[in-house]
Ligand binder design. Structure first.
Ligand code: ZN
Length: 190
């Protein structure tokens, strides 16, 4: 049974070009603390050039994540949960994660909801759960493409979108064209 693996490059910090070391909100040293944490990264890719850029990225301890989710409307969170239940076979993902030959890169190459290959996506987000320098396997990690992100954004209340905007504003200084692209998109999909 394989439940964890080395952290793939995709989840390294673009800023430091190595592993994330601290929680975005409380600054906890996540590599040393032994507590679980999440990483979310958003990418845009320019298919003509076969390169992708990190739009925003963060690591966050679970305490801070739960606190942040507590600020979002229950209705929004329930709708997003229902969306995933409807479109994703979570049990299958958990099952396959425990198989010896689970291919994490393959999993991160397709939108979890739509099945679109990463090569065909101009924007996508990846999300994973980690402890120290290991990535934990289960429903995570996953990748979601722009089309699914748009659908999920539709499920969120204005209040929740406002919370997300506030979070993004206070932590990331995005250039206007990327703000337009990502600020109305959900983060913290869990
Ligand atoms: Zn924290």
């Amino acid at each position: 049974m394989k439940h964890h693996t080395d952290i793939p490059q995709l989840f390294h910090s673009h800023e430091s070009d190595s592993l994330f070391t601290n929680c975005l909100c409380c600054d906890e040293p996540i590599l040393e603390s032994g507590h679980e944490y999440v990483i979310e990264k958003a990418y845009t890719s320019y298919s003509d050039y076969k390169v992708s850029d990190t739009v925003f990225e963060y690591a966050m301890c679970l305490d801070c994540l739960v606190q942040l989710q507590g600020q979002m409307s229950k209705t929004s969170l329930r709708r997003v949960e229902a969306y995933f239940e409807q479109h994703v076979d979570i049990n299958e993902r958990i099952q396959s994660a425990s198989e010896e030959d689970v291919d994490v890169n393959d999993r991160l190459s397709y939108c979890m909801v739509k099945g679109t290959h990463i090569r065909e996506l101009s924007e996508y987000q990846v999300f994973g759960l980690f402890r120290a320098n290991q990535m934990l396997l289960g429903p995570f990690p996953y990748m979601i493409g722009g089309a699914a992100m748009d659908e999920i954004a539709q499920l969120l209340s204005n209040e929740t979108l406002g919370e997300i905007d506030g979070f993004m504003d206070s932590h990331f200084g995005l250039p206007p064209e990327l703000r337009k692209l990502f600020l109305d998109k959900p983060v913290l999909l869990i």
